[in-house]
Each structure stands twice: as C-alpha cells, then as structure tokens.
Ligand binder design. Structure first.
Ligand SMILES: [Zn+2]
Length: 465
C-alpha cells in the first residue's frame, strides 16, 4: 500500500470513529459479493458443465467478467472458508474451523473484514445471508450496518436485498453480500426446480430433512448405491443451483432498470464444493479433496475486458481484489493478491481441515498436491476442544503419518495417492515454511469461545453439521 493510501485509511478510520452514524462521502462503484454455498467448480456452465443448464444467467455474466478457472477455497466447509474471503486470511490465522460439541469460536472483533473496509470508506453495507453458521454472534456481521440471516430461500433473499437497495440514496455506493443455501442439503427449493433435471421419483428420496437417514446410510456405505441413484441427487443439487441463477437473473434485471448495473462490480463464488461418493462420502467438510475445495469464482468489473485466468488462485485473494476494484484502500492485514492487477503470480494453494484429534493440511504447487495429517499431542484431556494455539503448535512441531502426494495432471480424481513420492520432501518443506510464515502474521487473539444454545445446535444439525 502506498503512503498516501495508508494516510487515507487512517483518516477514514478516524472519521468513522468520530461519528459512526455518518459516513465520509464515497465515490466508487457498488460491489456485490455473492456466495452460492456448496456449489462445485465443475457444476457451473462457464467452467464447462453441460449435463444440466445450471447457470444460464451467470454464464452471461462470466462472458463479461474475469473468470478464475482454477480457484480454491481455504477449507471444505462454511465456517473456516467464509471468514477467509471476508478477511483475506487463512483458518490458521483467523482461528475458525468447526463446531466443537456445543461451542464455537467466532471471528474476533479485531479481524479486519471487507465490510469494515467498505463501511470506513463510506459505502453502505448490507448482507442478506442464510446458513446457521453465519448467524449473528459468529462475527461475520462485522462492518455490515444491515445484517439479515434468518432462514430464507433464494427468492426471499433477493426480494429483501431489493427492498434494502430501494431505500438507499441513488448516488451513494453500496457493498452487498448475498449468501444462498439452496444448493445445500436438504435442498428446500420449489418443486419446479427440484424436478427440473430429473423426475420426482429420482429426486424425492434426497430432499427434505427425512432424507438424512438415506444420505447417511449411503455415505457410510452401509447401504449400496448406484450411479443412477446418485444422478437423482446430482439433479436435485443442480436444480438448487439453477434456482439461485434464476433469482439472480431477476435481481440483475432490477439493477439494470434502476440504472445501477453499469456501476456495479459483481463477484460470484462458492465457499466450498460437495462430494457425491467420489471418495466414498456424500456432503462436505470431511476432507481436502479437490471436489470439496475447487470453487467457481468470477468478478465482473464495469469497463474491464473479460479474461479467463488459469493461474491457480485462492479465495483469500477475494479480499484485496474487491477492495481494489472499488478503489478502496486495502488493509495490509490480508494474505491475498489483488487479482484485478496481478493475474500471473503463483502462490502455493493452501487448505486446512481440523478433525477431532488431528489436523490436515493440503498444499498444491503446480500439478502436485501434498496432503498430510498432523497428530494432536497427547494432552491431559483428549476430549477438550483444541484451539488455534494448539494447531499452531502442531504446525511448528507436529508429527504424523507420511504425507500423500497426488499428481493432479495424471490423476485429477485423486484416486492414486503416492506415499514416498520423490517430490514429497520438497513439498513438505514448502508447506512447513508456508504455515510458519502465516503464523508469524497472526494479528489478533482467537475469538472468545461461546456456547451454542439448544436451538442453534438443532438448526446446525438439521443441515447435517
Ligand atoms: Zn458452506
């Protein structure tokens, strides 16, 4: 960041601190961040998916956007992944992984979020999101003057966002975050979408809360399944994606009618993917496979030429890229690369997974991906939740079984793990170095753990968490 920008950031922060009800006069484009929860990179049209027409409207958007054809989330589930794109940091730094019994760690107040940066620069900030992981109190609401997180499908999120936009002054920019859960089990989508790509008999067993038993039985391999049966599940999932796409089409039309579209940066991504038995499971959050980590990501910037970017990128890059696209100062607290201005720099692609008694890391460099599991040191109480600092210790000194290496060029489905691969020592050294560097830049304490109430636990359970 230039000195001028640093000074501007400080001044804006001072202005915001002096009077939190008024904003500095802002000039710049609107920015919309759209997360389609659980949507795999290979199920959207612009990345080459042709089996079902999941994304006709977003395909048109992609045709005028920067398309990141090789984008990876920092984790395979919502709670660690979302704060990574909201703050530009990795789970190792922001400290959010998953639920531990009835406790969760929220995003710390000291974290610098996209919404805080936009708010400080004078943008109106609003979020219309649905996923119980994002409920108020988890810290994701930082910087949003409007934050609505109640249960809502894509249509309801769209209409609430439209109503919010109607109330804003015409000549002042906004930052809007929309988070859709319609392509996530139990797929509470209108019947017309559930059966858009398969008949009711094929999709019905997988829709609604009562289908959890079937999903679990197949996913634990207690009950055999078939590709034909899984086609029904995938058709339902694709119907959920199409439902989001159709609602976005209506939303974008509305922005055009209002005259906002020409001044609006639109970013579309997913927080993680989904598995359909490629590695013997259904769902997400259970591994660091590419089907869980690879996500769609496009950024439409008015006036910028469309381009397909094949360089591997991480969703930590979203943070500086969106601020830069709006001309808002980028806090130096992030690990990302401004992909609007740098589409060539290659960085290691890093992802994490915390399990009950272990912690996994993946690092992709070129076509090779190393995955390793670090074991938790035997502590006084193996049932105690383990915190960011314990993970940091594992990263510094951890031991575990020999890492596995995948050659994604030869084996894109990751079915042929090689232990003792000739590149393993080099990749593991790179992973060690990368993790230790990230730990040096941990800038705030982990958020104070809070206890979930019974209703929250139930809402999470109903989504399979
Ligand atoms: Zn998610």
């Amino acid at each position: 960041m230039s000195i001028a920008r640093r000074v501007l950031t400080v001044l804006l922060a001072v202005v915001a601190a002096c009077d939190s009800s008024s904003r500095p006069r802002a000039h710049g484009p609107n920015v919309i961040l759209i997360c389609m929860d659980t949507v795999r990179a290979d199920h959207v049209g612009w990345n080459g998916y042709t089996k079902h027409a999941t994304t006709p409207r977003l395909d048109r958007l992609a045709a005028e956007a920067l398309v990141f054809a090789d984008a990876t989330a920092t984790a395979g589930s919502t709670r660690p992944s979302v704060p990574s794109f909201l703050t530009g940091t990795y789970p190792l730094q922001h400290g959010l992984y998953g639920r531990e019994g009835d406790h969760v760690a929220p995003l710390a107040d000291e974290a610098n979020t996209l919404a805080e940066a936009f708010d400080a620069a004078g943008w109106h900030t609003g979020a219309f999101v649905y996923n119980p992981q994002l409920a108020r109190g988890n810290g994701f609401e930082q910087g949003f003057r409007t934050w609505q997180d109640q249960q809502a499908d894509a249509q309801s999120i769209r209409t609430r966002a439209e109503a919010w936009l109607d109330e804003l002054p015409d000549d002042e920019p906004f930052f809007l975050y929309l988070h859709f859960l319609d392509a996530h089990w139990p797929y509470p989508i209108p019947e017309a979408y559930a059966t858009k790509f398969a008949d009711a008999a094929a999709v019905a067993p997988f829709q609604g809360p009562d289908s959890w038993a079937l999903i679990t039985a197949i996913g634990t391999q207690e009950r055999p399944t078939s590709e034909a049966e899984l086609d029904g599940l995938r058709a339902l999932y694709d119907g959920g994606i199409r439902y989001i796409d159709d609602q976005l089409a209506l939303f974008f039309d509305e922005l055009e009618r209002d005259g906002e579209w020409k001044d609006t940066v639109v970013c579309v991504l997913a927080d993680h993917g989904e598995e359909f038995m490629e590695h013997g499971r259904i769902g997400h959050g259970h591994g660091l496979w590419e089907n869980l980590l690879r996500v769609p990501w496009i950024v439409r910037v008015p006036g910028a030429a469309p381009e397909r970017v094949d360089v591997p990128v991480s969703l930590v890059d979203v943070f500086p890229t969106l601020l830069s696209a709006a001309g808002v100062p980028v806090p130096s607290t992030n690990e990302g690369i401004d992909r609007l201005h740098d589409r060539t720099t290659r960085t290691p692609i890093f992802a994490e997974l915390k399990e009950e008694q272990s912690y996994q890391q993946a690092l992709r460099s070129g076509e090779h991906k190393l995955v390793r599991r670090l074991r938790r040191a035997a502590g006084p109480d193996p049932n105690s939740p383990f915190k960011r600092e314990e993970i940091a210790e594992m990263v510094r000194h951890g031991t575990g079984p020999a890492p596995r290496v995948f050659d994604l060029a030869e084996d894109p489905g990751e079915h042929d793990a090689k232990q003792g691969h000739e590149l393993a020592p080099e990749l593991e050294k790179a992973l060690d170095g990368f993790g230790k560097e990230l730990l040096k830049r941990v800038r705030y304490r982990e958020g104070e753990r809070r206890e979930l109430d019974a209703a929250e636990v139930e809402r999470l359970r109903q989504l399979g968490y």
